[in-house]
Design a protein around this ligand. Structure first.
Ligand code: GLN
Ligand code: ZN
Length: 761
């Protein structure tokens, strides 16, 4: 008998109830008790969805972040957050976001929020645990234990879920530069107490997640696994070690031999390791296979999975468990809520709830024979078959264009020096040219106009006039400020990926397909399902209008292929590299149309290039090769005179600098102001050959930087990059800021450029 379980469920609620409850609590419009009650209600509802599974995750619920939950459970709370008193949840929010609810204490002016970073290669962000040589741990498992009790009272077969000690240490940062691993002997006894408390609360199995096992580990970290798990093996609960997000590779033997009762393997991304693992594992251990994709929204091909699983199930009996490949945190909650999605497309999809149903069907087929679920299997087969052959997926013209891609296509006619000279002749820009990254403040008025237009309450003519007024305002402001290269302001864009996806064939959009990004923030990734085609120009009219209002050059503004890919749910029936090149071809057409319309500067944003990097550094180059090739095809079809910009909103690209240079954009703008230009140290090792605009205005903060601060930053930059190749610009787009902040900040920026120019004459 194969058993079923789940590793974790999205907690935001199918209507984002948790998001709205949190935000109203933070505004002081809801009480703490009401927030707790909503948490309990969501847990109850989500556990119900698991009805029919053998083990149900408990402790996957969180009011903000599961890693921060661990920090609180282990008593690892930053010193600056100690001694406030009040409810633990208020202190928890203080670490999560710098503040608790306004009502907590009047003298509470907030503290520095915990740093946030990406959870492995997903789009979820966790709060980084903070360590120092003096870090001490102490157990407070009350929140988890209360949830276990709550579940048991509802008759739920609870399997508590925690993050394992090695991954917990690996995810954190030692602020004093000390060795995190030195804390392991202090940490493991706390885990022993935790497991004992869970046993006391009636837990039989505990899922202990160690996803760090799918990354490259050095000898010390591997040794830490042996130390920790030998120490935990006497525990009264059975441990199911969770690994996911990829294959174990050189950690396979290590994982197989750890003294735990069971091991979960990512059966989607590491399917080929299931049999080798079985060969290495002790004959009493449970093998949990994650056979339903936990990070994508496509229906599982149940027949194909069964073909693979049946012989394994034969061999393992009740030692085989089935699960999603990872926690379902990374997919939307419930497909049933999609009312507007095209029926055919909907029949191809599966969100978190539907994935649990798939698991049950698989288990029934294994345990009672396929005949017991023949109708379900047949329906699944038909959906998979239809998707494979649908005309929505396959477009012969796109295939033909793809077959015609040559290296030549990604090659500018001349090298940077010649291009720069020709662009200079055209653009006649001063030294230290000033520009912005694309968007200007998105006022509530702009949002309302867009919403009304979408809802059909505003006709096309009125919508266009409203947007043109906004463009005119942006141009007026920029001319008054004296910026050199202007932008139209992106008022028509709700989101930099969705805006383009909606105009391309090959995309579909959900209405409720929200996924938690961090805390109360959710994103709704578009669904890239078929061959990409651009029926008509997407941005030309707006830019042409903007250009008609000014003598100064207006930058065309596009989202690059890699970012389109990395911020969508992507089809799984062809390599991502192929899909990316299709996007590149569509964007290339847009670039060429802009050029034809007389646009002399075109920016192609690649905000998400870095986050597509594989977890293992050994796989980076392959990714970077196709990512860069795609960008080059999108960007490099233009004449020498046309200036290509790209933008990236992160500063850590030291390790991928060569790849970024290989994109061969004429100008790259990047985020740097917060790091005091420290990132530019990378240029000691590698000379970036083209022009660069290191951001001097931190747009994530409401603070207005002084002229002097910006001058200082640019002088620092000029120590490493020749002044003739420097641009002056903010860190990123200004859409989240207000005009009354943007105007003085940009005045200072233009003034800073003037001072820098005077320096040189
Ligand atoms: N052009 C975009 C903007 O200015 C870039 C956004 C981003 O980098 N995330 O809004
Ligand atoms: Zn940015």
């Amino acid at each position: 008998m194969a058993l079923t379980h789940n590793l974790g469920f999205p907690r935001i609620g199918s209507n984002r109830e948790l998001k709205f409850a949190l935000e109203s609590y933070w505004k002081g419009q809801r009480s703490l008790d009401e927030l707790y009650a909503l948490g309990a209600e969501l847990r109850r509802r989500h556990w119900q969805f698991h009805d029919g599974l053998d083990w149900i995750p408990v402790g996957d619920f969180s009011f903000y972040d599961q890693v921060l939950d661990m920090s609180f459970m282990l008593g690892n709370i930053p010193e600056r957050a100690q001694g406030f008193g009040g409810a633990w949840l208020d202190n928890y929010f203080r670490v999560a976001r710098g503040r608790s609810a306004p009502a907590a204490t009047p003298e509470d002016a907030g503290i520095t929020a915990g740093e946030m970073t990406k959870w492995f290669d997903t789009n979820y962000h966790y709060i980084v645990p903070e360590f120092s040589a003096a870090t001490a741990f102490s157990l407070d498992a009350s929140f988890l234990l209360a949830q276990v009790q709550e579940a048991r009272a509802q008759g739920i077969r609870a399997k508590p879920v925690i993050i394992g000690p090695v991954t917990y240490l690996a995810l954190g940062k030692a602020k004093d530069g000390s060795d995190r691993l030195a804390l392991l002997p202090r940490l493991v006894p706390i885990y022993r107490q935790l497991l004992e408390a869970l046993a006391e609360a009636g837990a039989e199995w505990v899922q202990i997640d160690e996803p760090i096992l799918v990354t490259e580990l050095d000898a010390e970290w591997r040794h830490a696994f042996n130390l920790a798990y030998h120490d935990l093996k006497s525990s009264r609960v059975k441990l199911l070690l969770g690994t996911y997000f990829g294959p174990l590779q050189d950690n396979l033997r290590l994982a197989a031999e750890l003294p735990v009762a069971g091991l979960h393997l990512d059966g989607v991304q590491a399917r080929e390791e299931a049999l080798p693992l079985l060969g290495l594992m002790h004959a009493t251990k449970v093998l949990s296979l994650g056979v339903v994709h936990g990070r994508n929204i496509w229906k599982t091909d149940l027949g194909a999975v069964l073909d693979w699983l049946e012989p394994i199930a034969e061999r393992l009996g009740n030692r085989l468990w089935l699960a999603p490949s990872c926690s379902l945190l990374h997919v939307p909650v419930d497909l049933e809520r999609e009312q507007a999605l095209d029926g055919e497309v909907k029949s191809w999809l599966s969100f978190a709830r539907q994935k649990l149903d798939e698991l049950k069907i698989l288990a029934t087929a294994l345990n009672q024979g396929r005949a017991a679920v023949s109708a379900e299997l047949e329906a699944n087969r038909i959906a998979i078959e239809q998707r494979r052959h649908s005309s929505r997926i396959h477009r012969s013209a796109t295939q033909a264009a793809l077959a015609g891609v040559t290296k030549q296509l990604g090659q500018r006619r001349h090298g940077y020096e010649i291009r720069a000279a020709r662009q200079d002749e055209q653009l006649r820009l001063p030294l230290f040219p000033t520009t912005t990254i694309g968007s200007f403040p998105q006022t509530s008025e702009i949002r309302r106009v867009r919403r009304d237009f979408k809802a059909g309450e505003l006709d096309m003519g009125a919508y266009r006039r409203a947007m043109q007024d906004e463009i005119a305002r942006s141009i007026r402001e920029q001319e008054a400020l004296g910026l050199d290269v202007l932008v139209h302001g992106e008022a028509e864009r709700n989101d930099m990926v969705e805006y383009f996806g909606e105009q391309l064939e090959g995309y579909a959009f959900s209405q409720q397909g929200w996924v938690q990004s961090y805390g109360s923030r959710c994103v709704k990734p578009p669904i890239l399902l078929g061959d990409i085609h651009r029926p008509k120009a997407m941005t030309v009219d707006w830019i042409r209008y903007a250009q008609s209002l000014t003598e100064r050059p207006v930058k065309g503004m596009l989202t690059g292929p890699v970012t389109m890919l990395n911020w969508s749910f992507v089809r799984d029936d062809q390599p991502r590299s192929v899909t990316c090149m299709q996007l590149a071809l569509a964007i290339r057409e847009e670039v060429l149309d802009l050029e034809k319309a007389g646009v002399r500067v075109i920016q192609i944003d690649e905000a998400a290039l870095r986050e597509g990097l594989p977890l293992r550094a050994s796989e980076w180059q392959t990714y970077l090769d196709w990512a860069v090739a795609s960008f080059r095809v999108a960007a490099n079809g233009v004449a020498d005179e046309t200036q290509i910009h790209t933008h990236m909103c992160y500063s850590e690209f030291n390790d991928i600098m060569e790849a970024i240079a290989a994109m061969d954009a004429d100008v790259i703008t990047i985020e740097t102001s917060r790091s005091d230009m420290e990132l530019l140290q990378a240029f000691d090792r590698f000379k970036y050959p083209n022009s660069m605009g290191p951001g001097v205005y931190d747009i994530h903060s409401p603070n207005i930087p002084t002229t002097q601060r910006m001058v200082d930053l640019m002088r620092k930059a000029a120590e490493r990059i020749p002044a003739e190749r420097l641009w002056v610009n903010p860190d990123c787009g200004l859409k989240t800021r207000q005009w009354h902040e943007v105007i003085p900040a940009l005045e200072h920026m233009v003034e800073a450029a003037r001072i820098l120019r005077d320096d040189r004459t």
